[in-house]
Design a protein around this ligand. Structure first.
Ligand code: ZN
Ligand code: ZN
Length: 233
């Protein structure tokens, strides 16, 4: 994991079984990513501009697609981006506004606002340069447009990281870091993330104890818990 990003992210093996209590994951470094909270749609001079920040540890390409059909594994059709830009390495860079204009008037409102597991109105991909296909990474942000008071804005649906042939769903950890003491026993190291609140607050033993209780609540925010994720380093 890079030490210069403030957002602490872990990829979780892509799973359709959201309520599984047995998931586990490990931390994987991504070479480049779009900062989740930074993505917005600006409106100026009757034009829409996409605004976001990205971090890249190597030279990369950013590709933007509108109204795209795709598989679960990020293969997009048609595969011609409306915007493609090579970017240099650096943390928290702004995507240049002079190339980020989106011609939304060419699309119907329904095309821009509906989405499914195989159709997404707006996709931003960042592809780090790599000579090795086995570890080729692809960071994909899936977004939809939302129309309110006659203006469009964007909402993030999910982010995936593909490494070689594996697809991971990216999840941000809130509040605390790996290695700090468990918030229940105050002695063992935290290694278990709880959902849906995504607090990294438990050691494995306290997680096992909590799973056996009839009422499971996060020790930090008291949210009823649906699942646990043990993170191996
Ligand atoms: Zn504990
Ligand atoms: Zn919580």
């Amino acid at each position: 994991m890079g030490n210069s990003t403030s957002n602490f992210r872990i990829p979780i093996t892509f799973s359709t079984d959201k309520n599984s209590l047995k998931r586990s994951s490990s931390i994987i470094s991504s070479f480049a990513h779009i900062e989740k909270e930074s993505i917005s749609l600006k409106y100026e001079d009757e034009k829409y501009y996409l605004d976001f920040r990205y971090s890249a540890r190597v030279r990369s390409t950013i590709q933007i697609f509108l109204c795209a059909h795709h598989s679960e594994f990020c293969n997009i059709q048609p595969d011609i981006p409306i915007i493609a830009l090579t970017i240099q390495e650096g943390m928290s860079q702004c995507f240049p506004s002079d190339v980020s204009t989106l011609s939304l008037s060419e699309y119907g409102e329904e095309e821009l606002t509906k989405y499914s597991s195989s159709y997404t109105p707006l996709i931003i991909q960042i592809i780090p340069f790599s000579s090795n296909q086995q570890i080729q990474q692809l960071h994909t942000s899936y977004l939809s447009f939302v129309k309110e008071n006659g203006r469009f804005s964007v909402k993030l649906l999910r982010q995936h990281l593909k490494i070689g042939y594996e697809v991971y769903e990216l999840v941000e950890i809130y509040g605390n870091y790996l290695g700090e003491k468990c918030s229940v026993c105050l002695s063992s190291k935290r290694d278990t993330l709880v959902f849906p609140c995504k607090h990294l607050c438990l050691c494995s033993r306290c997680a096992v104890n909590l799973k056996m209780q009839a009422v499971r609540k996060c020790p930090i925010c008291r949210t009823p818990l649906e699942s646990f994720l043990k993170i191996s380093k």
